[in-house]
Design a protein around this ligand. Structure first.
Ligand SMILES: Nc1ncnc2c1ncn2[C@@H]1O[C@H](COP(=O)(O)OP(=O)(O)OC[C@H]2O[C@@H]([n+]3cccc(C(=O)O)c3)[C@H](O)[C@@H]2O)[C@@H](O)[C@H]1O
Ligand SMILES: Nc1ncnc2c1ncn2[C@@H]1O[C@H](COP(=O)(O)OP(=O)(O)OP(=O)(O)O)[C@@H](O)[C@H]1O
Length: 500
């Protein structure tokens, strides 16, 4: 299996010798399942990242990125992707009592990638800082415990960040972030120390995908072969601190995810047993280290901690204003199919509140939204008191069989018709005895026109049990998922109107 060999090679596993049996088996399975992306997919991922970085540069009107060049692979790949996307990239080597070999690798990477390079030795500033803060806490200056070394190391990272933000301001640019998926999971970064404004490699595995990108985008071999270190003087390299190699880390995280998917009710304590590493001491140790780090760093991955604020719909409103008016198109919220935008969530909540106030339950009859309207109401607290149910009637025959829409009507007018929407609403309300309001949707989400009807034509019918059906014709534009999201948004608004 060539791909497996490449993973072992680029992850620097080869010189360490064979993996322990548990890791060997899991890695084979995971490579076979495509979790360690094969080179053909990585090529596409690289292209997509570069394309997005280029679009962001054009749309946000910022074209200079500054970043710290540690001599390690993450900063080098980040710089390479930005450069490829047409950014002006300024790489800073910022040694603080650094091993000169690391600094030299940072300089070499800048030259090899053809980016500007500036150097500023921050050792003196660091000492001033330790001395200053040491006057509040004497131990900080000379103490040699893990905690004190970590505090001093974090100070180095934050001092570098102060420098980079100042330089970004100087050039009218932004600070590029170099964090990757594996370090994110391990909580292996300093809050406000090495996370910047734009994160090109955040979803990539440190063991395999980051070095692959390094190889593909012209980073010198000395950089991607170098032993990963935090450059903060805290410990003997990343992997010694984490308690597992990055390859072991990535394999274990995928394995934990797999067992959790199979059995979502497992507790953290049960996971080592379920992973069945019993007679492999290397794996037992590494799994324990991975779980320990995940357990002690979860809060870093959701920093700052956002409460479920009683007025969180205000935050949704700001999100909507930004999304509609100011955010560059490359970042626009078009993920409504899997995670509703803030505005849709807020609308769903409003409709649920109105229904609860009026003690009315709703039934939905959905064609092109295929249940998303119902799901949106189901996602609100106490939805069971306001949602009677949903009919997902996607095909014509479902509309006939499940909702009683007359076959002849569909034959004569197609399913994209106001009368069909009306019949769907009536059929739903007849069948859902506990509902007082029906909302029905039929339309063409695209990407191609259908039965002579244009993409984006949608009919939404609302029917209050004590009223007559109201049908609204809508014309939306965009990709299918955008049309579906617009339809859900409109249907929620029409539901609110119908209750008025
Ligand atoms: N429950 C809680 N909810 C919300 N926040 C909480 C919290 N508990 C602590 N905190 C906050 O979190 C802080 C601790 O986190 P933080 O300050 O980041 O510090 P911490 O995670 O303790 O240390 C940073 C670690 O990242 C490693 N690192 C740093 C930089 C670069 C790299 C690299 O290789 O790329 C690695 C470094 O070697 C060290 O192991 C606390 O001081 C506190 O402010
Ligand atoms: N000496 C340094 N000069 C400039 N920036 C640095 C230095 N050390 C660390 N940094 C910044 O902090 C980030 C995190 O540090 P880290 O040492 O993990 O580097 P890295 O690029 O992730 O490489 P690796 O972890 O593979 O050594 C770096 O990506 C870099 O932007």
């Amino acid at each position: 299996m060539q791909h497996l060999d490449e993973v072992l090679e680029l992850s620097r596993q080869r010189p360490r010798g064979p993996l322990s049996p548990w890791f060997e088996t899991r890695l084979r399975e995971q490579v076979g399942a495509g979790l360690f992306l094969p080179p053909s997919e990585l090529q596409a991922v690289g292209k997509r990242l570069v394309q997005q970085l280029a679009e962001y540069r054009e749309q946000a009107g910022v074209s200079t990125a500054v970043l710290g060049m540690s001599g390690g692979v993450d900063s080098a790949v980040t710089a390479a992707l930005l450069k490829e996307a047409g950014w002006r990239v300024v790489g800073y080597t910022l040694p603080i009592e650094q091993d000169p070999v690391e600094t030299e690798r940072g300089v070499e990477a800048c030259h090899a990638l053809g980016i500007e390079h500036l150097q500023l030795d921050l050792s003196e500033q660091y000492h001033c800082m330790v001395a200053g803060l040491g006057s509040l806490d004497e131990k900080l200056r000379s103490g040699d415990t893990d905690a004190l070394r970590t505090r001093r190391g974090n100070m180095r990272a934050r001092l570098r960040m102060i420098t980079l933000y100042d330089q970004a301001h100087r050039w009218g640019g932004l600070v590029a972030s170099t964090d990757n998926f594996s370090e994110l999971g391990a909580g292996f970064w300093t809050l406000h120390g090495d996370v910047g404004d734009l994160t090109p490699v955040q979803s990539l595995l440190k063991s395999w995908e980051v070095p692959w990108m390094a190889h593909a985008y012209g980073v010198p071999e000395s950089t991607w072969r170098a032993k990963p270190t935090d450059g903060l003087g805290i410990g003997e390299g990343d992997e010694a601190q984490i308690g597992a190699t990055y390859l072991e880390w990535d394999v274990t995280v995928f394995a934990v995810l797999d067992v959790l998917r199979r059995n979502p009710s497992l507790s953290a304590e049960q996971i080592p047993d379920v992973l069945c590493a019993g007679d492999d001491p290397v794996a037992v140790r590494a799994i324990a280290a991975v779980l320990r780090r995940l357990r002690t760093t979860w809060f870093k991955r959701m920093n700052p901690i956002a409460l479920d604020h009683p007025k969180s719909d205000r935050l949704s409103m700001l999100d909507m204003i930004d999304d509609r008016l100011f955010r560059p198109a490359v970042l626009r919220d078009d993920r409504a199919l899997t995670s509703f935008s803030g505005e849709i969530v807020a609308l769903g909540q409003r409709l649920a509140n109105e229904l609860a106030d009026k003690k009315i339950r709703v039934v939905t009859a959905e064609s092109c939204t295929a249940g998303l309207l119902g799901a949106c109401i189901a996602a609100t607290p106490r939805s069971s008191s306001v949602l009677e149910g949903s009919f997902v009637a996607y095909s014509p025959s479902m509309k006939i069989d499940a909702l009683g829409v007359p076959d002849a009507l569909i034959q004569e007018r197609t399913v994209y018709d106001p009368e069909v929407a009306r019949a769907m609403a009536e059929g739903a309300l007849q069948r859902a005895k506990g509902a007082g309001l029906a909302i029905a949707i039929t339309g063409v989400a695209g990407p191609e026109p259908d039965e002579g009807k244009p993409v984006g034509l949608v009919y939404i019918a609302t029917l209050h049990r004590s009223g007559t059906p109201q049908v609204t014709e809508c014309h939306f534009s965009g990709q299918p998922r955008e049309i579906v999201a617009e339809t859900v948004r409109k249907a929620l608004n029409l539901g609110l109107e119908a209750l008025d």
